[in-house]
Design a protein around this ligand. Structure first.
Ligand SMILES: [Fe+2]
Length: 228
């Protein structure tokens, strides 16, 4: 996929998002053979996902710190049809805004009860659901005083595993969205708004977890921007 086929996605080179300058291709995209991307890839084995992999709060000795939340939504194609049995993976910072990763040097505490990785398959109606905690904001080196809005990274295989897509889910009302070069790299404001989850209390667990809805549309005029 390239920018020409997905005009709602951010450009490879977004000047305010510094690292895109380094990784944006300098040559025009190659045209792969027309049938290359239509070949059904290998199905992801069901055993790749274990029971409980969609609950990021139960893998430690006790519950992780932070605001417990549910995020659920549907994976849909351009015509609103569900994409079934498709692998959805997420990764995120802990409530203090630190990733469980050796490359993260942010001076914030690790949480031994939170690894920040989850995976699940969509069901017959395209639904996925994760139990997690709200990720914290963290500073980054893009420019002085730069902080990322709170977000959860998503990886999607759709029904074509050779075309792994990644995107980020944001939270409504976050004041950092207006000044975040990554979020703002999506040029169309309506497309950008589709990266923001909707607060939906009934998706949560009564008296235990807040609920958010985040549908992901993989193609078409209502597509969720990917490549961020
Ligand atoms: Fe991140």
């Amino acid at each position: 996929m390239n920018d020409m086929t997905r005009p709602l996605d951010p450009p490879y080179d977004a000047p305010d998002y510094g690292s895109t300058r380094l990784r944006a291709p300098h040559e025009p995209p190659m045209d792969p053979p027309a049938d290359l991307l239509d070949v059904p890839g290998p199905l992801v084995p069901r055993a790749f996902v274990h029971d409980g992999d969609n609950d990021l709060t139960t893998h430690g000795r006790s519950a992780p710190l932070g605001e417990k939340m549910i995020v659920a939504g549907r994976l849909l194609d351009a015509d609103g049809r569900p994409i079934r049995d498709s692998l959805v993976e997420i990764w995120q910072a802990n409530a203090s805004g630190r990733y469980h990763h050796p490359g993260d040097n942010h001076d914030a505490p690790l949480d031994p009860n939170f690894k920040g990785i989850g995976r699940t398959f969509t069901d017959a109606e395209g639904w996925y659901r994760f139990v997690t905690i709200k990720a914290g904001s963290y500073p980054w080196q893009n420019h002085p005083f730069a902080w990322r809005p709170q977000h959860i990274h998503f990886s999607l295989l759709g029904n074509a595993p050779v075309q792994r897509l990644i995107t980020q889910m944001y939270f409504p009302g976050d004041p950092l969205l207006a000044i975040d070069p990554i979020f703002q790299s999506v040029p169309d404001p309506q497309a950008r708004s589709r990266l923001v989850a909707t607060l939906h209390l009934q998706t949560g667990i009564e008296a235990i977890a807040l609920g958010y809805r985040f549908d992901i549309v993989l193609a078409g005029a209502k597509s969720t921007p990917v490549g961020i």
